[in-house]
Design a binder for this molecule. Structure first.
Ligand code: FES
Length: 382
């Protein structure tokens, strides 16, 4: 060093000849840092307490690694496809999201605990006071900062502890693999591979073959109790939630259960009073979707897919309780308040020769909330 003044910068030659320890002390002095107290955690090597601390840190890194690998394995192999309550495989499916959270969370939590343990049990205990200055760092500051960090690494004794180093590499490495898997894994499978049969297009209101009759069915509380609806069953001004029914499901408990539980099944059948129905604005291209004074709209909110459960007869509005979107039945259920931006899809309906209310075709737009590549409409005949 060029002088005894600790604040004076050394020359490049002096810097090059200084040891790491001298650079670390110089860095502290140049930064106006006074180390008031410093104690190595393990002045005697190889004590039982030291080994125990080492094992604790290694344990948490190892747990982070195992959790990270478990996350990747669950993401790839665990059954994730939607199952309704009571359907075969529902128990495993219902655990999918909790297991993602559990393994990913445990991995990052374990890394955090291991790092805290390193700070508490390995890095020397120190009390230092520093005066802070404005302005950019000079080269001497950069060099001495690196030296200080190296000094912290050396004096923490991590460098000679293979168990901690290897477990840290395993734990942090597995987490580094798990994090991008969670981010990009959902984009690997092409949701449009099935074209018109892709899950986002279809619901149980989609006919299995051209011309299939799909009835409107009410929920009586008994799965196998098939109660079909006639227009006279709903008074003017009334509303009922209805579900699809196909003859091929009769007697099939699982199919009947699914028709109630499928996320896109529920439809609101609204019987407007005659004076209201006369004033109701039909949506362009959907002028024939209603049957007389009956209008059927998907019950699944176009914001985030909550059931839009509340129908207010006086204002003719449908309210979604989740974020208070309101849809105006007098204007083809278009949103008039709240975060939803698209009208509730309308189901074309009619009455068949037996007098039952049936779907007069599938929905012509996707149900539920937005997704990428969502088009405007599909042609009813396509
Ligand atoms: S889900 Fe309906 S308003 Fe948000």
């Amino acid at each position: 060093m060029s002088s005894g003044d600790p604040k004076q910068n050394p020359t490049p030659e002096e810097l090059a000849n200084m040891s790491q320890d001298e650079l670390a002390k110089l860095g502290a002095n140049l930064d106006d840092v006074d180390v008031i107290y410093r104690r190595n955690r393990w002045p005697i090597k190889g004590s039982k307490a030291e080994k125990r601390a080492e094992r604790q840190i290694a344990f948490w890194f190892a747990l982070a690694g195992l959790s990270g690998l478990a996350f990747v394995a669950i993401f790839v192999f665990w059954p994730w496809e939607y199952r309704t309550v009571g359907e075969e495989g529902y128990a495993l499916y219902s655990l999918t999201t909790p297991l993602y959270g559990l393994t990913f969370g445990l991995s990052i939590l374990s890394i955090g605990i291991a790092v805290v343990l390193i700070a508490k049990k390995m890095i020397p205990e120190e009390i230092a006071v520093q005066q802070r200055h404005d302005g950019p760092s000079e080269e001497v500051d950069q060099r001495t900062t690196v030296a200080l960090l190296r000094d912290a690494y050396d004096t923490s004794t991590i460098g000679r502890r293979g168990m901690i180093k290897w477990s840290a590499a395993f734990g942090i490495g597995a987490f580094a693999v798990a994090a991008p898997v969670g981010l990009v894994g959902g984009m690997v499978k092409n949701p449009w591979a099935d074209r018109d049969d892709s899950a986002l297009w279809r619901s149980l209101w989609t006919p299995d073959y051209p011309g299939e009759t799909i009835y409107l069915r009410r929920d009586t509380g008994r799965i196998t109790d098939v109660a079909l609806i006639r227009p006279e069953d709903i008074d003017a001004g009334g509303m009922e939630t209805v579900f699809p029914f196909k003859e091929s499901w009769r007697g099939d408990h699982d199919a009947l259960l699914k028709s109630f539980r499928h996320e896109y099944s529920a439809v609101m059948l609204i019987h407007l009073r005659a004076e209201d129905a006369n004033r109701a604005v039909r949506r362009e291209g959907q002028e024939t979707f209603n049957y007389g004074n009956f209008f059927a709209y998907s019950k699944i909110c176009t914001h985030l897919a909550c059931p839009t459960s509340l129908y207010e007869q006086q204002t003719q509005r449908i309210l979604c309780p989740c974020h208070q979107s309101q849809f105006d039945v007098m204007q083809y259920a278009k949103p008039v308040f709240g975060p939803a931006t698209r009208a509730l899809p309308q189901l074309p309906i009619t009455v068949n020769e037996e007098g039952y209310m049936v779907a007069n075709g599938d929905f012509i737009e996707p149900l539920g909330p937005a997704f990428w590549e969502r088009p405007g409409y599909r042609n009813l005949e396509s």
